[in-house]
Ligand binder design. Sequence first.
Ligand code: MF3
Ligand code: CO
Ligand code: CO
Length: 263
Amino acid sequence: MTTKNLILAPDAIEKMRVAGKLAADVLLMLDEHVKAGITTEALDKLAHDYIVNVQGAIPAPLNYNGFPKSICTSVNHVVCHGIPSDDKILKDGDIINIDVTVIKDGYYGDTSKMWIIGEGSIMAKRICDVAQKALYAGMSVVKDGAYLGDIGAAIQKVVEPERFGIVREFCGHGISNEFHHEPQVMHYGRAGTGMQLKSGMTFTIEPMINQGTWKTKIMPDKWTAITKDRKLSAQWEHTLMVTDNGCEVFTTRPEEDLSFLNT
Ligand code: MF3
Ligand code: CO
Ligand code: CO
């Protein structure tokens, strides 16, 4: 048995910075297009062409375990892994997560965010906001010597008072020169339990927060995960690296204020 070295060397860290920036740039590029009337297929084409032709990078989802498209587009009650389609036209009041993963020079950057189309209900705003706060709470406890369980516990502290559900079936993941590797980063847990984090480890945090039950089911297309009760679901994701006093986020967008983090 071989175990993967989870602590990245300086040259690999630099490649993660580049890949992370490219993934974040795709979300920025998409921003002006995520509007009522566009199809998720059109968003996929925009992202695909930008990643391939402008960034000289590879869209990691395309053909990954048979996934047919270059990004995941998850609307309303879709929890994750929504497949872009000509039939899905965004309309006012929808919420959408777009999840982008690019490969550049063999290394991966993985990030996602929510948009609300048009005005959006109070519930739509609330669930998107709580999901982002959940991600930030998880990120805020990352540092050398902390435990994996600290991340899940911090997320639960934010989400459970809101009476929302935290999805159990999908988790964050180690990421570097492979899309998904150890450790599994659970979005619930007990502080002080699980693997101890070490400077130079790279992984994602990507909590999926449901308005109702945390339970999900997979559609017949074998990919699209939806909430069992068809209520709303929201998710935000970053790729980061553990540092001595906190973390370095590789997929930050300029609109974000991450000054609460130690680095
Ligand atoms: N980007 C997703 C993640 O955060 C994985 C998508 S796999 C795909 O891990 F095949 F659905 F694209
Ligand atoms: Co991920
Ligand atoms: Co992702």
